[in-house]
Design a protein. Structure first.
Lengths: 451, 255
């Protein structure tokens, strides 16, 4: 077992109790209130590394067991380095201690000892140096121990436990035995919530949306931990920015082309979305809600580094997400052929499917048939052309190079088209696709460019 | 650079080996040997004129084309037909093709024509940004993406040189082909693109002028037949002439 414990450094009781210290006697020293709202998010964040997480709000402390994850993360050094690097920035600094026993690690963390102890004997030696004042024991017990002349935990450890129990109470002695690993110390596991709804109160009102990214990172890291524990991924994230003062919150839904579970992908798309988000009022609070999750597709890791196919695929999905976030969903589309002879209906632009560049299932018309001349660019609405001496005119008489090709279709759906298509060249020497419409008064139109 | 010591008899390399070095310049060689990977254009006579024998990967290829109703942007002179053989090859392999053109463009991509040219339309991604800034951003992001085999982008004359330089760097990161279509008026504006061509349709043929390439400047413009569907000029003229008398297409009478 190897426990990581995160806890804020306790207020220094020496300072608060000693009357002779000049530390601003007029200001009452308030014990640092545990930031209750932030702790469940922090517990979710710990889910990035292990599913065995325990949260004790009374102390407060977050303990998580990492011995089962060492191999996955490439060893103890690599995992601890990663935990330290990814530790969210909190308003009050947190101490991180690592020891084989959770309670022992907690006491070490409260004493500010941030070294890593892998075995019980090393931890015991370190615990001997822990001052009694950092233990989460009642003040009366602390006073009493100080009265005995005890300063450090080492003074207590070797005393007869029965006699000690009559003086400082049985719970304290049990605490001591649990901290030293002599007694089992069952911890209540943190229950990861069914739905992810987390909020973050901003330390100061934020006026510009891009500045929210830093705060949002804390929620993103909590979300990825929560997703990791549930082996899930999400494709829609609902962000809400609360403004207070009766203002309705700003909603920012983030849609992903494929379910995501890594912080880097979420943050990049979030950045683009925040960059173009106007804020009606300063932001006070940030909410993140995930309504639906999918199971993560279990992908075998490649034996050799650099699985090119997978990285290209995720790279593309990420590109599409970022294009969507910045340009809007409508600005990115896929292209497909449709079985219709009318050119304006033969090509469809549609939204992308889940797999990135999607294919709209439809029979491919004209694929590989180079005999049919079709322009690569087609005008949305045909441009009417003037006629001079039976020739179409566009800044000069058009020179007809090929044609005609008769397209006659659509009598059944009311959009009847009777046209003769020609390939023409104008005075700028561009290849054009022009047609002469049928009917009582035939007219020339420009319909495409043979780019 | 070849230092003098390399040429001393003791360590002299065979001449054949020396000549394959990318950093060796020979006055008589018509084009530079490109150390960068390329993608064949599909036209043998054009490949012979390009460094490395094809469109450069990881670099900008700038195609200047006459404007055909695209509103200040190049397009319509047949420039895409020059690129489609290469694009077809890229999309039929794993690479995606990102096509970036402005939302204000009056035309859109016509799927049957792309499919007819051999391009896998399922591998195409159409991006239509609203302004130039977003276009450049989308181009940089797409060019940088490892899953993208080619990027095709319409840019006008207003693009700052710095942005093109940024595009060039992004293309180098991603390693795909980056084709930028610009109007013919951009010819006199300096550009960081290592390969620039001007394209002009002339009858059924395409006239290609290599404005800039690595190595010696190119000579005469190339003539390529990129489109195979043109019938004889006289036939069409005869058809239209026959129509003018009736003031409606002869073929329509029965309709």
């Amino acid at each position: 077992m190897l426990w990581c414990v995160l806890t804020p450094a306790p207020p220094d009781p020496q300072r608060s109790s000693a009357p002779d210290t000049p530390a601003s006697p007029s200001v009452p020293i308030v014990p640092i209130a545990p930031e209750v709202g932030g702790w469940p998010a922090l517990a979710c964040w710990a889910g990035n590394y292990t599913s065995q997480v325990s949260l004790e709000l009374a102390v407060p402390a977050l303990s998580f067991e990492i011995s089962g994850s060492l191999r996955l993360f490439g060893g103890q050094g690599a995992l601890l380095a990663r935990i330290r690097e990814e530790l969210p920035v909190t308003p009050q600094p947190l101490n991180l201690a690592v020891a084989p026993v959770a309670r022992g690690a907690l006491w070490l963390a409260r004493a500010g000892d941030q070294r890593v102890y892998e075995d019980l004997s090393g931890m015991r030696a370190a615990l001997c140096q822990v001052p009694l004042s950092v233990l989460p024991w009642p003040l009366s017990v602390q006073e009493r121990l100080r009265g005995f002349g005890f300063r450090r935990l080492g003074d207590l450890i070797d005393l007869p436990r029965a006699a000690l129990a009559t003086r400082i109470g049985r719970p304290r002695v049990l605490d001591l035995a649990r901290a030293l690993g002599e007694l089992a110390d069952p911890l209540p596991w943190f229950q990861f919530p069914q739905r992810f709804v987390q909020s973050l109160e901003l330390p100061a009102p934020v006026n510009s949306a891009p500045a929210l990214l830093f705060a949002a990172r804390r929620l993103v890291s909590a979300l990825t931990g929560w997703l990791a524990v549930r082996m899930a991924s999400a494709s829609v994230l609902h962000w809400q920015i609360a403004h207070g003062r009766g203002q309705p919150p700003t909603c920012l839904p983030l849609h992903f082309s494929e379910p995501v579970h890594t912080p880097a992908r979420i943050e990049r798309v979030l950045k683009e979305a925040l960059d173009r988000l106007p804020l009606p009022a300063p932001a006070l609070e940030l909410w993140l809600t995930v309504a639906q999750v999918q199971a993560q597709d279990a992908r075998t890791q490649t034996l050799f580094a650099g699985g090119a196919g997978a990285s290209a695929e995720t790279g593309l999905a990420e590109l599409i997400d970022r294009l969507h976030a910045r340009l809007g969903v409508a600005a990115v589309s896929a292209l497909a052929c449709q079985a219709d002879h009318r050119p304006e209906r033969a090509s469809v632009e549609g939204p992308l499917t889940d797999k990135g560049a999607g294919v709209i299932p439809y029979p491919q018309v004209g694929a590989g048939n180079t005999a049919i001349a079709r322009p690569l660019c087609l005008f949305d609405t045909p441009v009417a052309l003037a006629e001079h001496q039976g020739r179409p005119w566009r800044g000069g008489a058009l020179q007809l190079l090929a044609g005609p090709e008769r397209i006659e279709s659509g009598w059944w759906d009311g959009d009847d088209a009777v046209r003769d298509y020609f390939i023409a060249q104008d005075r700028q020497r561009c290849w054009l696709w022009v047609f002469r419409s049928g009917g009582s008064a035939p007219r020339w139109f420009l319909h495409g460019l043979f780019s | 650079m070849i230092s003098v010591s390399n040429l001393s008899p003791a360590t002299a390399l065979p001449l054949d080996q020396l000549l394959t070095r990318a950093d060796l310049w020979r006055g008589a060689t018509p084009i530079a040997v490109s150390p960068a990977p390329t993608c064949g254009t599909g036209f043998a006579s054009l490949d012979a004129q390009l460094p490395g024998g094809g469109w450069p990967r990881g670099q900008i290829t700038e195609v200047l084309a006459a404007e055909g109703g695209a509103g200040g942007r190049g397009g319509g002179a047949g420039e895409l037909s020059l690129l489609t053989p290469a694009l077809a090859r890229i999309t039929q392999a794993v690479g995606k093709l990102v096509v970036i053109f402005p939302l204000q463009c009056p035309w859109r991509m016509h799927a049957p024509a792309w499919a007819g040219a051999g391009v896998a339309t399922g591998a195409m991604l159409l991006v239509r940004p609203q302004n130039l800034r977003d276009m450049l951003w989308a181009a940089v992001q797409s060019a940088r993406c490892p899953g993208v085999g080619a990027v095709l982008c319409w840019l006008d004359a207003r693009v700052p040189v710095n942005s093109l330089r940024r595009l060039q760097v992004a293309a180098g990161e991603g390693g795909g082909c980056l084709f930028v279509v610009r109007p013919a008026a951009c010819r006199t504006i300096p550009s960081p693109a290592p390969l620039r061509l001007a394209v002009q349709a002339q009858g059924p043929e395409l006239l290609i002028e290599l404005i800039k390439r690595r190595g010696l400047p190119a000579g005469l413009p190339l003539r390529l037949r990129t489109r195979s569907f043109f019938t004889g000029q006289e036939e069409v003229d005869a058809l239209v002439r026959a129509d003018t008398g009736t003031a409606r297409p002869a073929a329509l009478i029965g309709a």
